[in-house]
Design a protein around this ligand. Structure first.
Ligand code: SF4
Ligand code: SF4
Length: 110
C-alpha cells in the first residue's frame, strides 16, 4: 500500500529527504506522497522511513491504494530500472560532450 500524509502535517521538512523513491513533495499546503512512487520502502528498508522520522505520526496507509507486497516490489523494480536508465543516459551525455574546462589528458605518466 502506498502511504499518505494527513492534514496534521506541520511541514517540518524531515521526511522528504528520507524517501528513497523521491515520492514525497511539497503540495499546495502540506507535504504529499505520490502513490505511483511510494513502495512503503519495499526494496530499500524494512520500515517506511517517512513514518520513522515523522514527529507527529501523520503518515498512515492510503486507503485508496491498497496493494500487495508483490505489487510494491514490482513498483520498486520498475522505479529502479527507470533510475538506472536515466543515470546511463546522463553518463552518455556527459561522455559525449567533454567540458571545455576539462584539462587535457596528461602524458606525464606514459
Ligand atoms: S513509505 Fe518509503 S517510499 Fe513511501 S513515501 Fe515513505 S519513505 Fe517514501
Ligand atoms: S515528517 Fe511528518 S510533519 Fe514533517 S513534513 Fe513529513 S509528514 Fe509533515
Amino acid at each position: 500500500m502506498a502511504l499518505m500524509i494527513t492534514d496534521e502535517c506541520i511541514n517540518c521538512d524531515v521526511c522528504e529527504p528520507e524517501c528513497p523513491n523521491d515520492a514525497i513533495y511539497m503540495g499546495e499546503e502540506i507535504y504529499e506522497i505520490d502513490p505511483r512512487k511510494c513502495t512503503e520502502c519495499v526494496g530499500h528498508f524494512e520500515e517506511p522511513q517517512c513514518v520513522q522520522v515523522c514527529p507527529v505520526a501523520c503518515i498512515p496507509v492510503n486507503p485508496a491504494h491498497v496493494e500487495t507486497r508483490e505489487t510494491l516490489w514490482e513498483r520498486f523494480e520498475r522505479l529502479a530500472a527507470a533510475k538506472a536508465a536515466s543515470a546511463r543516459a546522463a553518463a552518455e551525455d556527459a561522455g559525449g560532450k567533454p567540458s571545455p574546462e576539462a584539462p587535457p589528458p596528461s602524458t606525464a605518466e606514459i
